[in-house]
Design a protein around this ligand. Structure first.
Ligand code: 8YV
Length: 324
């Protein structure tokens, strides 16, 4: 029997994926993987999605009305390999007749771990100390050398008490921190964390950690005014999305001592970083590593692939994103 390959759906992966995920995709269609070791440009993305039944996207791919104009009416799923999906115009994709999926759950622990890594690196000056040792500058141990801030009995304010925010709270509690959160919609009793208003959270927390999605409501939620509300001894950690924080205002606040320090994994215009931040010693800068473990990235890609397989086989998506 000959198989008519023209009937096989075209599945587009905008960046390479682990073999396990590609193998799952190949069971239901012909897979095109971008040959580039970089994000596709908008026009390349448009050409790639033309004729596609499924697209596996990265958080750096913007799928909007312009890209969708190049897609065929046969597009059935956009599977984002990330829990955040601010890069996708979910309404426009739904109007096009396709479902959007993301990868919740599988990256919770990895991202929470990285949050604590940034918190500790900032408060205990690990990255700054690493730079000092590498510079070859003279140093000796003494009782006042490179003192940082301990976490015990300090208050952590979690903005966005979803899966990742709660996983961070559990870890911070193990370090002896008291946790507050500002999640208005989270009515679940949170044994570890006390709900307070955002102003109170900013004014009383020793560390503020951002875990909310980027939406029109949360863009620049942490702006110059919010930073002014924080304690001069406080640290800000962001492992959510860069644009939740006004990066220029943060650079200013860190350089003038409005707050003591910051740890960032995400940036407003990734991969660009505000030049004012790169020269400061009191900010730890990571290149979007929150979910970057071998196992986590494989599980993210596999979940994205499983969503594609489900939808192309006529089943419900496993982790669909609801249309606002
Ligand atoms: C990040 C992410 O690594 O899935 C996402 O949406 O951005 C994660 O993979 C993390 O949130 C940033 O620290």
């Amino acid at each position: 029997m000959t198989i008519d390959n023209t009937l096989r759906p075209r599945i587009v992966a905008t960046r390479t994926l682990p073999d396990t995920a590609l193998a799952r995709l190949r069971t239901v269609g012909d897979v095109w993987v971008s040959p580039h070791d970089r994000p596709l440009s908008p026009s390349e993305l448009g050409r790639a999605v033309a004729g596609a039944t499924a697209v596996v996207t990265m958080l750096s791919d913007r799928i909007d009305a312009a890209v969708l104009a190049a897609a065929s009416s046969g597009l059935r799923i956009v599977a984002n390999t990330a829990v955040g999906y601010d890069n996708l115009d979910v309404r426009a994709i739904a109007r096009h007749g396709a479902v959007v999926t993301n990868t919740p759950g599988v990256l919770t622990d990895a991202t929470a771990d990285l949050t604590l890594a940034l918190l500790l690196a900032g408060t205990r000056r690990v990255a700054e100390g690493d730079r000092l040792v590498r510079s070859g500058a003279a140093w000796t141990w003494d009782v006042s050398f490179m003192l940082g801030t301990g976490l015990q009995d300090k208050r952590l304010g979690v903005i966005g008490m979803g899966h990742i925010g709660r996983a961070v709270a559990r870890r911070a509690a193990a370090f002896g921190m008291e946790i507050v959160n500002s999640s208005r919609r989270d009515s679940r009793p949170e044994a570890l964390s006390l709900p307070v208003g955002l102003d109170e959270l900013l004014e009383t927390s020793d560390v503020v950690s951002v875990h909310c999605p980027l939406t029109s409501q949360t863009r620049h939620l942490i702006d110059a005014v919010a930073l002014e509300h924080m304690k001069p001894s406080a640290f800000l950690i962001n492992t959510a999305r860069g644009a939740v924080v006004d990066e220029a205002a943060l650079a200013q606040a860190l350089s003038t001592g409005t707050i003591a320090g910051a740890g960032l994994d995400v940036y407003e215009n990734e991969p660009d970083v505000h030049p004012g931040l790169r020269t400061l010693d009191n900010v730890v800068l990571a290149p979007h590593l929150g979910s970057a473990t071998v196992g986590t990235r494989a599980r993210m890609a596999e979940l994205a692939a499983d969503n594609v397989v489900a939808v192309l086989c006529g089943r419900d998506a496993i982790t669909p994103v609801s249309v606002p």
